[in-house]
Design a protein around this ligand. Structure first.
Ligand SMILES: *[C@@H]1O[C@H](CO)[C@@H](O)[C@H](O)[C@H]1NC(C)=O
Ligand SMILES: *[C@@H]1O[C@H](CO)[C@@H](O)[C@H](O)[C@H]1NC(C)=O
Ligand SMILES: *[C@@H]1O[C@H](CO)[C@@H](O)[C@H](O)[C@H]1NC(C)=O
Ligand SMILES: *[C@@H]1O[C@H](CO)[C@@H](O)[C@H](O)[C@H]1NC(C)=O
Ligand SMILES: *[C@@H]1O[C@H](CO)[C@@H](O)[C@H](O)[C@H]1NC(C)=O
Length: 360
């Protein structure tokens, strides 16, 4: 084949591979993300030093009429936890600090405010669970806010040193996922430096660790199957391997769990989510596509959404809501100009009594 025809052939192959099985529609588009500023701002949340180019969307959660987003900690970003309306008149709404500016005061010695938001998750009862990695002088916390009660603080759990190191170099918290039991709510938490999984019980307000010798964890997702629920995890920030462990192994305080390797993505994944129809979606560093895998079947990666250039390491962040809608942000750094979009798509299962599932 001549180089010319080879090029045409390759091009055709690429186009054939560009799949878009998920019907995303655009909700918002931002040239520049901005905040809703307070009238008399505290100097620690300074509007003058704000730089939209430092806004990195990390984790997302959805409840009611709002989307919640965690942002990377940068001096140029005044709050690491914000919310947006799910719909509105503006096509580029501003970020509201959650729950208020007062909980984002950055003074070093002030430890009773939110410092470094990592994973966030909303439960069906309207609680927002927020993992706060803390700072040099302020240890890590789990905040629980009541979204149905004026966003009041329901719980602040400071992790004991034995569970999450109080020394800043000894911890790196990433993600939190929830498991609803008949009489309790458990959170499973990944700390990338420690060789264990952290578990928190809302009923007893206690946290503990379950050892996983030789491995630490980065991202997490819980399967919807109640009978044999599993926690899916990845073992490094740049890893293409996926593991799983039965959540029953995590009840054993101080015990040891043995996550099993179940598959290997083609690229380095950084985020996964599982819908009610057992479809796991994954996003990958520097890649402009999403893949899926039906966790009821043997591991098989299938691309489901692909766009052109984005040129960034963490292009998408996503979350599911109670209406089986997948919400996704997209970051585009291509051409040296930063732009963000928010999309949504109907995915997942219909109510259990309806047997027909949508073909994804
Ligand atoms: C895609 O979604 C839009 C808006 O939600 C809807 O109007 C349209 O019918 C959908 N298209 C397909 C092929 O499902
Ligand atoms: C500034 O912070 C103090 C607490 O340190 C708070 O009482 C006050 O309301 C804050 N001001 C604004 C405008 O948020
Ligand atoms: C929320 O706050 C508003 C105004 O402060 C108050 O009127 C309302 O009763 C509060 N709602 C709840 C559920 O506490
Ligand atoms: C996932 O796989 C199971 C088992 O093969 C199948 O019954 C189910 O329909 C699949 N789900 C979807 C959404 O394709
Ligand atoms: C990202 O931005 C570049 C430059 O503006 C543009 O060419 C490209 O199509 C954008 N990517 C997507 C997926 O919209």
């Amino acid at each position: 084949m001549s180089p010319f025809f080879a090029a045409i052939f390759l091009h055709a192959l690429c186009l054939a591979n560009a799949v878009n099985d998920i019907n995303f529609s655009t909700v918002y588009e931002w040239d520049k993300l901005d905040f809703v500023w307070p009238s008399g701002a505290n100097s620690s949340n300074n509007r003058q030093t704000f730089n939209p180019n430092y806004v990195h969307l990390r984790y997302m959660a959805v409840f009611g009429e709002r989307l919640f987003l965690s942002l990377d900690l940068k001096n140029e970003v005044p709050a690491t936890l914000v919310w947006l309306p799910k719909s509105g008149t503006s096509t580029a709404p501003k970020l509201h600090p959650f729950p208020s500016w007062n909980l984002h005061i950055k003074y070093r010695e002030k430890c009773d405010t939110i410092k470094v938001t990592q994973g966030i998750v909303a439960d069906p009862d309207g609680r927002l669970w927020v993992l706060d990695d803390g700072t040099d002088g302020c240890s890590s916390k789990l905040w629980i806010f009541d979204l149905n009660n004026n966003d009041t603080t329901d719980r602040v759990h400071q992790f004991p040193d034995a569970v999450v190191s109080h020394s800043i170099g000894g911890r790196r918290m990433y993600e939190i996922v929830l498991d609803k039991l008949p009489d309790d709510d458990l959170a499973y938490i990944a700390d990338y430096i420690a060789e264990h999984i952290i578990v928190y019980s809302r009923k007893t307000d206690k946290s503990w660790t379950v050892k996983t010798p030789g491995r630490s964890w980065f991202f997490l997702a819980v399967s919807p199957n109640r009978e044999a629920r599993q926690l899916y995890l990845s073992d490094r920030s740049y890893s293409n391997e996926l593991y799983s462990v039965f959540v029953s192994e995590l009840k054993n305080e101080g015990g040891t769990a043995g996550p099993k390797r179940i598959g290997k993505w083609r690229e380095y994944a950084y985020r996964i989510v599982i819908d009610n129809a057992n479809i796991l979606y994954a996003a990958f560093h520097y890649k402009t596509y999403l893949s899926k895998w039906n966790i009821s079947e043997p591991f098989r990666e299938q691309r489901v959404h692909e766009v052109a250039r984005l040129d960034c390491s963490w292009p998408f962040t996503f979350a599911l809501d109670a209406d089986d809608t997948l919400w996704m942000t997209e970051r585009n750094e291509s051409g040296g100009v930063l732009r963000h979009k928010l999309f949504k798509a109907a995915v997942g299962a219909r109510p259990h009594l309806l047997t027909a599932l949508p073909t994804a």
